[in-house]
Design a protein around this ligand. Structure first.
Ligand code: ATP
Ligand code: HMH
Length: 289
């Protein structure tokens, strides 16, 4: 366990869907919190029957049960940071937004989850406006991948300039920091074999970049990245330090997963892997480890 400056135990909450396969969603988030020595609490928004091959079923948790989970955690555990993942539909978005507003927490990391790696939808198509209006204003850090940023901004992103424009538009919706993740994209003006994330804080752009690991074992990278940022915020890191540390943790977990074989499809990353996460990546440098 890791302590904060006031000697309290760092505590984080994940509000997300359950992945029965264990690689993404709530399961990835709690494993990540534990890897950082942060105590993890959870609010399950949906139960998915899922494995490395795809999503076989989804059951949305009733909104009154979502509210109650959040209230129970806020009343007693009092998290220092929150990660928000799969929100399923408009009713869930409104419920989570209402409870977040009441809790009034500063360190909310929002991963606007829309589609699983195999292509299964995890959010209804009519939810975009509710996400923009109700959730983005509450975010400290927003972490869309390129396809998610395209849906939120309603234009296509092909170059780093497009991504900058998307970040500017999303920043106007309220988050303190917007990260457009490059896991899916080969930015027009950068190396095709890099995984380059664009970060915008309203004043300047920077990037965090590593080599792109040639691996199919990347199920849960997005969930892990956002929950690692939340863990680092609970540990009182600055936002940029938290992002660089999370990037390093995900990178190490992807590399380590080459050693194992779990499932026949997009395998999970290895959450136990990183020994170096306390020395995070620095903005503006390219890492080729
Ligand atoms: N093959 C890879 N090699 C190195 N880094 C990667 C790779 N794939 C993704 N990343 C990094 O992992 C982090 C998560 O990004 P990614 O784009 O995979 O999220 P995502 O698409 O939301 O994931 P998910 O499909 O799990 O929802 C980012 O920092 C990204 O750059
Ligand atoms: C429950 C859940 N949340 C998020 C993702 C995105 O990877 C997933 N596959 N499953």
């Amino acid at each position: 366990m890791h302590l904060r400056a006031d000697h309290s135990v760092a505590r984080a909450l994940t509000i997300a869907g359950s992945d029965s396969g264990g690689g993404a969603g709530i399961q990835a988030d709690l494993k990540t919190f534990t890897a950082f020595g942060v105590f993890g609490a959870s609010c399950v928004t949906a139960v998915t029957a899922q494995n490395t091959r795809g999503v076989q079923a989804i059951h949305d948790v009733p909104t009154d049960v979502i509210s109650r989970q959040m209230q129970s955690v806020f009343e007693d555990i009092r998290p220092h940071s929150i990660k928000v993942g799969m929100l399923s539909n408009v009713a869930t978005i409104k419920t989570v937004a209402r409870e977040l507003q009441r809790a009034d927490l500063k360190n909310v990391v929002v991963d606007p989850v829309m589609v699983a790696k195999g292509g299964a939808p995890l959010l209804t198509a009519d939810s975009t406006d509710a996400l923009l209006a109700e959730i983005l204003p509450l975010a400290a850090v927003l972490t869309p991948n390129v396809p998610e940023a395209e849906v939120l901004c309603n234009f296509s992103i092909r170059t780093i300039e497009d991504a900058k424009e998307a970040a500017i538009q999303l920043k106007r919706r309220g988050p303190r920091i917007v990260i457009i993740k490059g896991g899916h994209a080969a930015w027009g003006d950068s190396r095709e074999d890099s995984a380059r994330d664009l970060v915008y804080d309203g004043r300047a752009f920077t990037t965090f970049a590593t080599r792109r690991v040639p691996s199919t074992k990347t199920h849960g990278t997005g969930c892990t990245f956002s929950s690692a940022i939340a863990a680092c915020l609970a540990l009182e890191m600055s936002e940029l330090e938290a992002i660089g540390t999370a990037k390093r943790y995900v990178y190490d977990a992807i590399v380590a997963a080459a050693q194992w074989d779990i499932g026949a499809g997009h395998g999970p990353i290895d959450h136990t892997a990183s020994v170096e996460w306390r020395r995070g990546f620095t903005a503006g440098k390219d890492y080729d480890l």
